[in-house]
Design a protein around this ligand. Structure first.
Ligand code: SF4
Ligand code: SF4
Length: 317
């Protein structure tokens, strides 16, 4: 949708946008962009509907609900006019050695929902110094909002065949967050020329064949199965775990856009030494009490003790 602001308002919106982007970068975000809040296009809505029809969302039944809200952020946040989309790099300073048990990079640190939202609230406070009456709501993976779609609309990058948002020059190891505000901040024209053209490395690298042309089949995805899934792991999938006890980074590691990742400067995303130093035997001896000590407020808490125990036992077989 094109925006036609009067010239003076447009200049003010341009200036505010630049200031907000600079503040977002100062807060540690790797990228920041702006998208007009409006219903998602039909192509996107069709793709999401089809993905759900195929059952690729596995047990995430919440994907079957709130369809209207998911496809229109102005229903999710009445009055919102702009989505400010940010990316926060989580690539670890020190990845775990390959021979040890593996945890997905995104889960090394503190619960990212809180970290990203805290920063978005700081960004909103800054925006209020420019526009005191602005109202906004921060989101990070906690509401029916198609974050990757909005990241593309905001000019941050493109969605790769591995279904991650890829930021040219930076890669995909980023959390996405959205600040929905009721101020009009004109979009810039976006021209992201990078793509997956001629590449299928992630498709070949996926150990379970979960990547399809219709998206990720979560019923086969090690990331979903080791984190979100409750109950036993499917037997054929268990054999593909390798040393992964929480999540899977394989389709991101295979991606040429991630060949030279920059480590995060966010200290909250560092794997605590007490976890980094656990040997496979110590992982296998993990008790509920030790789990509570080590993982309170960690992203790994999501699987719960039972989920992590199940994964460790499957890897240790
Ligand atoms: S996270 Fe792992 S299992 Fe899931 S699609 Fe990527 S490579 Fe495949
Ligand atoms: S590995 Fe290749 S096909 Fe897959 S997301 Fe990266 S560029 Fe795209």
């Amino acid at each position: 949708m094109e925006h036609h602001l009067p010239k003076a308002n447009a200049q003010l919106a341009d200036a505010n946008r630049q200031l907000i982007e600079a503040e977002a970068l100062r807060l540690g975000f790797a990228a920041c962009g702006f998208a007009a809040a409006e219903p998602v296009n039909e192509e996107m809505a069709r793709k999401v509907d089809h993905w759900v029809e195929l059952g690729y969302h596995a047990d995430m039944t919440y994907m079957e609900r709130n369809r209207e809200l998911r496809f229109d952020p102005t229903l999710l946040v009445p009055g919102c006019r702009t989505l400010i989309v940010v990316a926060l790099n989580y690539y670890p300073q020190q990845p775990l050695p390959k021979e040890g048990y593996q945890i997905a990079y995104y889960a090394y640190g503190k619960d990212y929902h809180r970290v990203v939202k805290d920063k978005l609230h700081q960004l909103l406070a800054y925006i209020r110094t420019l526009m005191p009456d602005v109202k906004g709501r921060a989101f990070c993976d906690t509401a029916p909002l198609l974050e990757r779609y909005w990241a593309v609309k905001a000019g941050l990058g493109f969605i790769g065949r591995n279904r991650t948002l890829i930021i040219p020059g930076q890669g995909s190891y980023c959390f996405l967050g959205v600040l929905a505000v009721d101020a009009e901040l004109r979009e810039e024209p976006h021209n992201v020329s990078a793509s997956c053209e001629g590449c299928d490395r992630c498709l070949k690298a996926c150990p379970t064949g979960a990547l399809t042309r219709d998206g990720i089949d979560c019923r086969r995805c090690l990331s979903y199965l080791t984190i979100e899934h409750r109950g036993p792991l499917p037997i054929d999938i268990r054999d593909k775990l390798g040393r992964r006890i929480y999540g899977c980074d394989t389709c991101q590691q295979a991606c040429p856009h991630n060949s030279h990742p920059t480590p995060t400067s966010e200290p909250l995303f560092t794997l605590p030494p007490a976890i980094a130093s656990l040997t496979p035997v110590q992982w296998q001896q993990l008790t509920p009490e030790r789990y509570a000590d080590l993982f309170s407020d960690s992203a790994i808490e999501r699987a719960g003790y039972e989920g992590l125990r199940r994964n460790i036992d499957a890897v240790a077989r």
